[in-house]
Design a protein around this ligand. Sequence first.
Ligand code: NAD
Length: 434
Amino acid sequence: MSDQTNPFLIVQGQLHRAVQNLGLSEDVYELFKEPMRISRVAVPVRMDDGRVQTFLGYRAQHTDVTGPTKGGIRFHPDVNEDEVKGLSMWMTFKTAVMGLPYGGAKGGVICDPGQLSERELEELSRGYIRLLSPVMGPEVDIPAPDVNTNPKIMGWMLDEFDRVRGHHSPGFITGKPLVLGGSLGRDAATGRGVLFVVLQAMDRLGIDPKKATAVIQGFGNVGSHTARLLHEAGIKVVAVSDVRGSAYDASGLDVPKLLTYASEHKTTKGFPGSRMISTDELFSLDVDVIVPAALENQIDGERAEQVRARIVAEAANGPTTPEGDELLAERGIFVIPDILCNAGGVTVSYFEWVQNTMGYYWPEQEVNDKLSRMMVDAFSTVYQMQQEHRVTMREAAYLVAVHRVAEAANARGWLRVNFQHEVPGAVLRGPLAD
Ligand code: NAD
């Protein structure tokens, strides 16, 4: 992994720049440059053929300065310690941009879930939680789904945690099945948040959604809901892709049919009436919006040169390399940064945790309305910072986020900070405050 593609080094650079832009002491960088705790676990699984195989996993907990740590668990062959560390720090800045009462965390297991049977996957999920349960809990660290994990896996993990602790603890994990205390609207929340901020950006740039076009890389939880919601908002989705292939139709894809096709065929490739295009072609299509919704480092310098869209909406975490980011900024492309763009997921996870704590559940419309208000509010704050400080949207988001965590550290007496800039919005602006 180079400096350009290592999420841990990338987020350290982003943090450092924000500390300097805000004129804060280097102590702020020193305090937040490393996760406060990293756990490494070796999870033995009895495979279906009788062998024992051990899988390595990690959990990085970045900071609890603003509350319990929070972040997803990823199952992927490329998981590594620096990736998990970087993703945990992005979670801190994401929850801070949204004003949620959490710090950041991230977990991962090195595995290829496609090669595991359902029983093996369950044993792995349970073993990972069993080993980490001493450092987890609804007031300590709260996991959620990420790449290749889903509500079913969250259900197994919750059950394992309840067994270890000997009592029910629904607020231990979010993104779980409804019947176990999941929230209505959580499944589509990240995609819905993407829709809200894309509409905000279009409004600021004078783009009519009914005449707009979009492409989406990744057709998992985030990509597929984003495609459906953009389509429902009248935005024409002309191309989507997944790890196995892609579907392109210049006249616009029939997204509802594509969703059925993809769930039957486990890929978007071969969708009738579409043709396959390469990832390079996908990123260079002449559309209004590009939504990377797969993995990190997809828009590097070369691809950034080719982008013709006016908006890049970062639904994935870290989809743009630092070099790609610089080029997009130079070329005047409006980037909605990941820590704002995909924050709908953790925001509704927060709603889920609040509902679990109250034991009182909200209708879906209420969840979506609260999400809309918080996404629009966060977008407006970041946009205002961008305009006032003449920086990119990403730098503006970091100004808001780093200011908030520094304020919390200051209030706890961890630091002595002289704040030179005003940042709009209070640290905690929960949806219940309306
Ligand atoms: P997922 O596992 O449901 O889907 C991932 C998708 O990306 C799949 O369609 C996969 O085929 C595709 N993909 C993988 N490699 C690809 C490649 N090289 N080219 C094209 N497509 C590829 O995962 P997800 O939950 O949708 O997460 C996607 C991204 O969004 C990740 O960066 C994740 O961290 C981020 N994210 C997820 C959530 C959430 O609520 N699930 C919230 C915030 C951010």
